[in-house]
Ligand binder design. Structure first.
Ligand SMILES: [Zn+2]
Length: 432
């Protein structure tokens, strides 16, 4: 698939924002002639905009009818229109509705507020206005996404978060004598910020780091609903690929096929072991696990073809965290969030945590105290790495899947105050 720079005025081949070149198919004849924009979804996704915005923009520019919500992904403009012409119009769309007006970066969110359409730039942090006189602006304002139940849950969580401080203070008063942990509370103390800002902060940081990685190429694999995208550093990837023996490359392909193999850990050296070994080697070279860069880890996982796998989470939890896990979680949250995409991933996160606690607990018994485990779960929950439902399910039943049953029970007993807090917070919010 031919790729073009999102900003076609940028001729740099290393420009990191790419999209598919528009492809069309003319169908029908005479009055019924129409243009199907074959890859409109992909293009819109690369721009992090709904497909309806793009097709409607074409419609306005061409004075033609369009469909804005095709169930079969067949995006249609009435009449015959050349792909190159549409590509030119797309430049206009990108200029007006995607690029930050300040820095021309395409990584922006559309925010609709008080009848204004604002582009919130992830690169420079500026918020700039879209011209409301444009026809598409009217369409955007009229077709705002409806507020759904999801919002309620987010609100509930925000309320819960406000109570976090209270809980933590409560724990301290219960006289656990956890003197050394105040400093960790400090790094965790974002109590004066609301949840949205907090989350945006960590994502921004990760995005900034990616932007700082100058030599990026390849299609922007737009990830899910947020417009965070990572590309592989060409130089690094090429260097590593040339080091891979061909036998190993074959193994990577095989590694992708075990999606449903839940255990799969007895079968010798897997790609997951390779990732774990690599992280540990890098940590040894850098003298500290905390100095191993998020981007490099993600790139390595991607190179191994496992950046979307739940088992990757299991590996990361056990290699990136140690007895200092409370201060390490916030730093790794943005990267982990990109990988944790399902309940299965969340379960792997908790499973990895059990293994970590069991292993590290031998040398650092304080890790297995209720005080510590509650704080760890809090962190994971606050950073959106694990949901309320998954934690509750996890807490309700010990399992010997990741550690022996006795340890599993011990950890869950220690986690009880947190589960209880989740339950109580739910009751509170139901009353409201
Ligand atoms: Zn900007």
């Amino acid at each position: 698939m031919a790729l073009v720079n999102v900003r076609r005025d940028v001729t740099d081949a290393f420009y990191r924002y790419k999209m598919e070149r528009i492809q069309t198919k003319i169908e029908g004849k005479g009055n019924g002639i129409k243009t199907v924009v074959v890859n409109l979804s992909s293009v819109a996704q690369s721009l992090a905009r709904p497909g309806s915005y793009v097709i409607k923009y074409f419609g306005f520019e061409l004075g033609a009818q369009t469909n804005i919500d095709p169930p079969d992904d067949r995006w249609i403009i009435n009449g015959a229109h050349e792909a190159s012409k549409l590509q030119d119009h797309l430049d206009g769309f990108i200029n007006k509705f995607v690029l930050c007006k300040k820095c021309k970066n395409p990584e922006t969110d559309v925010v609709i507020k008080d009848g204004r359409i604002v582009l919130d730039c992830k690169a420079c942090g500026q918020r700039t206005d879209v011209d409301l006189r444009l026809k598409l602006s009217g369409f955007i304002l009229k077709n705002q996404p409806k507020k759904g139940g999801k919002k309620d849950k987010a609100e509930r969580k925000a309320a819960r978060k406000a109570k976090q401080q209270a809980l933590q203070n409560g724990n301290k008063e219960n006289g656990q004598g956890s003197g050394g942990e105040n400093s960790e509370n400090g790094s965790n103390g974002s109590g004066d910020k609301n949840e949205d800002e907090d989350d945006a902060g960590s994502d921004d940081e990760f995005t900034r780091k990616i932007n700082a990685d100058a030599q990026v190429i390849d299609a922007p694999a737009v990830v899910r609903d947020d417009d965070w995208a990572v590309d592989m550093s060409e130089k690094a990837v090429k260097a590593r690929q040339s080091q891979l023996p061909s036998e190993f490359r074959q193994k990577l392909v095989l590694g992708g096929g075990d999606e449903d193999d839940d255990e799969g850990e007895g079968g010798g050296h897997t790609v997951y072991d390779t990732l774990g070994d690599w992280i540990q080697e890098e940590a040894a070279k850098a003298d500290s696990i905390n100095k191993v860069d998020d981007i490099q880890i993600y790139v390595k996982a991607k190179e191994l073809g496992i950046e979307t796998k739940h088992k990757t989470v299991l590996v990361l939890v056990q290699t990136l965290f140690d007895e200092n896990i409370l201060t390490q979680i916030p730093k790794r949250a943005a990267m982990l969030k990109q990988i944790i995409t399902s309940e299965r991933h969340e379960k792997a996160l908790l499973g990895g945590l059990e293994r970590l606690l069991a292993a590290q607990g031998k040398e650092h018994p304080e890790l297995l105290t209720s005080d510590k485990i509650v704080k760890i779960l809090h962190q994971l929950y606050d950073k959106d790495l694990v949901s309320e439902d998954v934690i509750k399910k996890w807490g309700s039943k010990a399992s010997k899947k990741y550690v022996d049953l006795a340890t599993s029970k011990k950890i869950r007993r220690a986690a009880e105050p947190f589960i209880k807090w989740l339950d109580e917070a739910e009751e509170d919010s139901d009353e409201e």
